[in-house]
Design a protein around this ligand. Structure first.
Ligand code: ZN
Ligand code: ZN
Length: 416
């Protein structure tokens, strides 16, 4: 594939214009990659290609969307806007009118168009590859005819639904186990294979954070994982891609000094203090419990009796381990949330603390021996690395308050 075959027609999505370069564009969401992971691996010289990207292009920190969860930030990255606009604010929300807990992992809950669909309409060959199947539906919204599949279900693709068959043959690897490093590496290798064969020139590759939930940055398992990612980055750069990498959120240990999980069960605490009538929603809850036991650093509270909202807010904000407490209006403004899918009280916890519902709602035995998680303010700042130098306008932008969901803007518009 020569660069003059790449379509450079501008396109726009959600009020932003994109002027793509005449080169393949690859954006990678390194799920759960707190900057410490890159630092630790680069410190022992095991990410030579990322080091080269940082030296020749750009490396800095960007602010993610809150709550610092996977589908919230992936939705922001493919739309370029905050959860207040695109509506995906977790895996779950509570519909008070219907008295129903609603799972939000579907494109029908997305309230904004994706820039990927806009790129495809403008003539780019778009491909989306995710590690987890749960993200594919949202990310492939309106991407009819483009390639979109997950590593998790790589052996089950059809032309009609995924735009591709025989993915295992393409990648040269069997469908990986979802709780593995290979689940993410498969995504990157698929990206390389699609580039090599000229099957795509505008790619979004979204990894999974099982490894980060399980291993600290300085462990050999983590170092080897990042080293293997870096090898695939190198192949993409060799194929002439403009590469942008960021993360959906960081990751922190959420344990006490003795190594046991540091959990505050908010519904239990409120019920003991104020009586019944509180419903805590943990928007991190998803079917992949081995990662985190549905414990993160953000919950919302629904309160039956409106007169209890203010006292509950005040009391919660005085509890050790709770770092931010908001009512619905202020919370939705400051945390960029959609009001109709939020709660009466929004709660964030400390760097080493997770918040849950009641002990019975969380199976701590499902955890892989430790508790590393995310969701709050302390997993909000994440790295951004771009393979090519930024132009003056985007250098200024990077020095302001850049967001992780500007990654396509920076990679597409900032490098030429
Ligand atoms: Zn994630
Ligand atoms: Zn996670």
């Amino acid at each position: 594939m020569t660069s003059n075959q790449v379509n450079t027609t501008p396109f726009s999505a959600n009020g932003k214009e994109y002027r793509p370069p005449a080169a393949p564009v690859v954006v990678i969401c390194m799920d759960g990659s707190a900057d410490e992971y890159l630092d630790a691996t680069m410190a022992v010289d095991r990410m030579p290609n990322l080091k080269k990207m940082a030296a020749q292009g750009f490396r800095g920190m960007v602010r993610g969307a809150l709550p610092s969860f996977t589908n919230v930030n992936n939705s922001s990255i493919v739309t370029g806007v905050s959860p207040a606009v695109h509506g995906i604010c977790g895996n779950f929300f509570y519909d008070a009118d219907k008295d129903e807990e609603v799972m939000m992992n579907a494109a029908k809950y997305l309230r904004a168009d994706t820039l990927l669909a806009a790129a495809a309409r403008a003539g780019r060959k778009v491909a989306v590859v995710t590690a987890k199947e749960k993200l594919r539906d949202i990310l492939s919204h309106q991407l009819d005819g483009s390639i979109a599949f997950s590593a998790e279900k790589a052996n089950q693709t059809t032309i009609e639904k995924h735009g591709i068959v025989d993915v295992e043959k393409l990648v040269g690897q069997r469908t990986p186990e979802i709780y593995s490093a290979e689940a993410s590496l498969f995504v990157l290798r698929a990206g390389v294979a699609l580039l090599q064969r000229g099957m795509a020139d505008f790619l979004y590759l979204s990894l999974t954070d099982y490894m980060q939930h399980t291993y600290a940055p300085d462990t050999e398992a983590s170092l080897a994982f990042y080293e293997a990612q870096d090898a695939e980055f190198g192949k993409m750069l060799d194929l002439g891609a403009v590469l942008g990498a960021t993360a959906d959120h960081g990751m922190n240990a959420k344990i006490k000094a003795d190594g046991t999980p540091n959990v505050l069960f908010i519904e239990t605490m409120l019920t003991e203090k104020f009586g019944a009538g509180f419903r805590v929603i943990c928007p991190i809850t998803d079917p992949y419990v081995k990662h985190h036991g549905a414990l993160g650093s953000y919950v919302v509270v629904h309160v039956d009796d409106p007169s209890k909202v203010e006292p509950a807010k005040r009391w919660l904000s005085e509890q050790p381990g709770i770092t931010e407490v908001y009512g619905r209006d202020a919370g939705c403004r400051i945390l960029e949330q959609p009001a109709d899918r939020s709660g009466d009280i929004l709660v964030l916890s400390a760097r080493d603390v997770v918040v849950g519902r009641t002990a019975a709602h969380h199976d701590l035995h499902a955890l892989d021996g430790t508790l590393r998680s995310h969701g709050g303010r302390y997993e909000e700042m994440v790295p951004m690395v771009i393979s090519h130098p930024l132009n003056p306008a985007y250098k200024r932008k990077a020095a302001g308050d850049p967001r992780n969901f500007d990654i396509f803007d920076f990679t597409v518009n900032g490098t030429h």
